[in-house]
Write a protein that binds this ligand. Sequence first.
Ligand SMILES: [Zn+2]
Length: 257
Amino acid sequence: MSELSYWLLRVDNQLVTSLDKTDRNVFPCGFVSDFGNPEKALFVGTWQGLPCYAAELDSLPEKISGEMMPVRSLFSLAGAEVIYLAGRAIQLLDWQKNHQYCGRCSTPTEVKIGELCKLCPACGLACYPRISPAVMVLISRGNELLLARGPHFKPGVFSALAGFVEAGETLEQCAHREVQEEVGIEISNLRYFGSQSWPFPNSLMVAFFADYAGGEINPDPKEIEAANWFLRNALPMLPETVSIARQLIEAACRSKV
Ligand SMILES: [Zn+2]
């Protein structure tokens, strides 16, 4: 940690970014002493040939001139590599903060050397950073796509259906259950599209195409504000381009899958 490094610093739930935000310079670069020798700094990866560390600070170090930015805003500004590093950094910082004590016997935990593992010295419980898988399904019916909006979406935006995987479920079971619960229709022919880490707080979104197989749209008012079939050439406002939802919908429009 004594060498020149990039630093992903979280202060008050925001990341410190450089004032000059070219893609090479999104995060401040310097020696550990420039950042007040933060305790419990975590190695995140390498970037531009230099190591990257993440740390939680109470306030911005005096020597550092930077701009505080919510990680979500960074996601819509930056390239894939920066998004990966920022997402990994905040998930590791959350893991460090949320597992200071053993959840089984409440003893202070210790870091297992060489692993991202918080180990309880009393009972042996091991806690790794938690990942919560979620499934996204884009349903097609001829030239139409089923899109829906939840109450927390930006005004006018529609997206594919999505929900968290429950304990014991496969991704496929989750896809069928979520679609049935949210809009009351049947699907078939699930095809994998891709996945995306979504660190708000720790999701792994797994996206599929599916075909309509029966039923009428009957939205669950608790989760769905509106759901409709849209022609591929007359879609409503869609989620941001950085999201896998947008990439899934655009892929469906390109290839008619
Ligand atoms: Zn324990």
